[in-house]
Write a protein that binds this ligand. Structure first.
Ligand code: SAM
Length: 197
């Protein structure tokens, strides 16, 4: 298993300054009660844990190749009494093999920029989502890294890996038969794109 480029889990101190209300972000992006969700590259669960609270009683499959981050996610889920999150140790390149079932919503947060074969990933994602389900991509805006500061420090992936919303949309739509639904502004530095399968 090999990590995608520039996809280390951010420290929660500055991450929580940038995303004070991850649950509200997921609501905006259409995550609903009762649906099944998978998050690819979930890290220690900054989005997967609030997703589990929203999706309950639906399952949230939290996929990452870093076992230490998954152990932390598991510990936090126990501490917060969240019983519907399922940590999965695996490579997102083998999405259909690592997921036990197709999901209603697949979330890729702060990870898409680093995927080596984005078209191949999108094709697997299409197969991993139920017909009528959704793919949600959260990306950093394509701004110079030195201008995306949090706590006085430049943050996020290198400028050259960042993607404009239109570029992400074209990459997804040219790889598989998704239909573009909407773009959601996630200030100050992010956007979300929702695709229907
Ligand atoms: C930038 S972090 C984002 C974490 C979380 N999605 C968030 O937004 O808070 C990217 C995560 O993707 C994981 N990752 C990188 N390459 C991966 C791969 N090939 N398969 C599964 N997870 C991967 C990393 O271990 C890391 O936890």
């Amino acid at each position: 298993m090999e990590r995608f480029q520039n996809t280390g889990q951010p420290d929660w101190d500055w991450w929580s300054k940038l995303w004070p209300t991850p649950g509200a972000t997921l609501w905006k992006l259409g995550i609903k009660s009762g649906e099944s969700v998978a998050e690819v590259g979930c890290g220690s669960g900054y989005f997967a844990l609030p997703a589990a609270r929203i999706a309950e009683p639906g399952s949230v499959y939290a996929i990452d190749l870093d076992e230490a981050l998954l152990a932390e996610l598991d510990r936090l889920a126990d501490q917060q009494n969240i019983g519907n999150v399922v940590p999965i140790h695996g490579d997102a390149r083998n999405l259909t093999a690592v997921l036990p079932e197709r999901v209603d919503t697949l979330v890729v947060a702060n990870t898409f920029h680093g995927i080596d074969d984005q078209a191949g990933f999108v094709q697997h994602a299409f197969d991993a989502i139920e017909p009528g389900g959704r793919l949600v991509v959260i990306n950093w805006h394509e701004r110079p890294r030195e201008t995306t500061t949090v706590g006085g420090e430049p943050r996020g992936p290198p400028t050259e890996l960042r993607m404009k919303p239109g570029e992400t949309e074209d990459t997804v739509l040219s790889a598989a038969a998704f239909v573009f639904d909407r773009q959601v502004d996630l200030p100050p530095y992010h956007y979300g794109l929702v695709f229907e399968r």
